[in-house]
Design a protein around this ligand. Structure first.
Ligand SMILES: *[C@@H]1O[C@H](CO)[C@@H](O)[C@H](O)[C@H]1NC(C)=O
Length: 403
């Protein structure tokens, strides 16, 4: 029976609104199997949220004059990625007059700017490479307070580099898993090769969809020979992979898309096969940890999630934590056995949530489940500042604020 027949039949029996809902749902499911629609649902890149405001004028998003340098990083196949270099506040204060005297707006050659020289020429510079979530641009939502939180631990030294993946904001192209990973790698390589910041002074940060890119980048560099390992990887509100996500995802926290179909496993499994970009973070995180253990490389990973996250349930973080820990044990560990370990050694901070740390000879894998913080407000929270500082300090114990 075709969709039309189906809708017609139901209509005949007078279930008008039910049929309309069922029809719409069927159309939605049909659309979901197409690549273009899927990419719009997964990446939400058409939803900019910074309409009518010029990204080249970061001052309109609450920054000081020339605190942000808008520029472009060139990636593979002539891909131009729109990026922001965000100066930390204390460094800005020290150079306020000189910075404010420079021209504002988009900067064709970032190497000519004082902000860039401050980033490049200080051997103690630290950098957080920021990978934002689905939808929007470098300037949308809670990303601006996020940048402040990232550098707040050492506002004289911690710079933030953030960018729009292909298809987002001013970066042209169409998003895809392969493409986004290429973009994230290109930005990271730019930081290491062009600016010259070693991996031990870089933290990779991702939120939501950006966590998948962040893990892919950390995984990629860990698998090189010789391996490159960053000071740390910080994931806020991550997800296990896209198939698991769509089976729990609720639009705006209320409207489930696929979860009603879980009662029909055959249909559900059939639909999941159409997912083009799977973003298997669970597999990448296990492999990354395993490689670092085998290579005897020091590594640090922090996973942060709020219990009241209505977009991605915090259970995703518990699963990812398990996959990461599993990679650190040659014979593996079951989820239940890890739960027993948690019951023994998890730290309960009351209203601030819980912390579980898994330490090996080489690495620390940390899970922080907050009681509150929603999906994105948490990005501006002090736990983010603490995670960044913990990673930088572990990579270099001398990294603290001078008295
Ligand atoms: C955990 O690790 C073990 C040993 O490497 C492996 O056999 C198992 O498949 C892993 N479990 C998961 C869920 O990845």
């Amino acid at each position: 029976m075709s969709l039309n027949d189906f809708v017609g039949t139901v209509l005949k029996y007078g279930f008008t609104s039910l049929a309309a809902a069922a029809g719409l749902y069927a159309v939605l499911l049909g659309l979901l199997t197409t690549a273009t629609f899927q990419s719009h649902v997964v990446y939400l890149h058409a939803i900019q949220m910074t309409w009518f405001r010029d990204l080249d004028v970061p001052e309109t998003f609450g920054f000081l004059k020339n605190q942000v340098t808008p520029f472009v990083i060139k990636a593979a196949d002539d891909q131009h990625l729109y990026a922001w270099h965000v100066l930390p506040i204390e460094l800005y204060r020290k150079h306020e007059l000189a910075l404010a005297a420079e021209q504002t707006g988009f900067v064709p050659d970032i190497t000519s700017r004082l902000a860039f020289k401050l980033l490049r020429d200080d051997p103690e510079t630290r950098l957080v490479i920021h990978m934002h979530g689905a939808g929007g641009t470098v300037a949308s939502g809670h990303r601006v307070p996020n940048y402040r939180a990232l550098s707040a631990g050492h506002p004289g030294r911690i710079h933030v580099l953030t960018f729009d993946y292909r298809g987002f904001g001013r970066s042209k192209g169409k998003p895809s898993e392969v493409g986004l990973i290429e973009d994230a790698l290109a930005v990271t390589e730019w930081a290491m090769d062009v600016v010259g910041i070693p991996a031990s002074r870089i933290v990779i940060f991702g939120q939501s969809m950006g966590t998948a890119a962040a893990v892919a980048v950390s995984h990629h560099f860990a698998s090189q020979s010789p391996p490159t390992v960053f000071a740390g990887t910080v994931l806020v509100a991550p997800f296990v992979n896209v198939p698991t996500l769509v089976s729990t995802y609720r639009v705006a926290g209320t409207l489930p898309i696929l979860s009603p179909l879980r009662r029909f496993p055959a249909l559900f499994g059939y639909l999941l096969r159409f997912i083009r970009d799977q973003w298997l973070t669970n597999e990448r995180i296990t492999q990354m940890v395993r490689m670092n253990e085998v290579n005897e490389e020091k590594y640090r990973l922090t996973i942060i999630h709020a219990e009241d996250d209505w977009d991605i349930p915090s259970h995703h973080s518990e699963l990812l934590f398990w996959h990461a820990v599993n990679g650190s044990i040659p014979v593996g560990i079951t989820y239940e056995d890890l739960e027993y370990k948690k019951a023994e050694s998890q730290v309960n901070l009351g209203a601030a949530g819980t912390i579980m740390e898994w330490r090996t000879d080489y690495g620390v894998i940390r899970e922080e489940i907050l009681k509150s913080g929603l999906h994105d407000v948490v990005m501006g929270y002090p736990v983010v500042t603490m995670a960044v500082m913990r990673h930088f300090e572990a990579a270099d114990p001398s990294f603290t604020i001078e008295p």
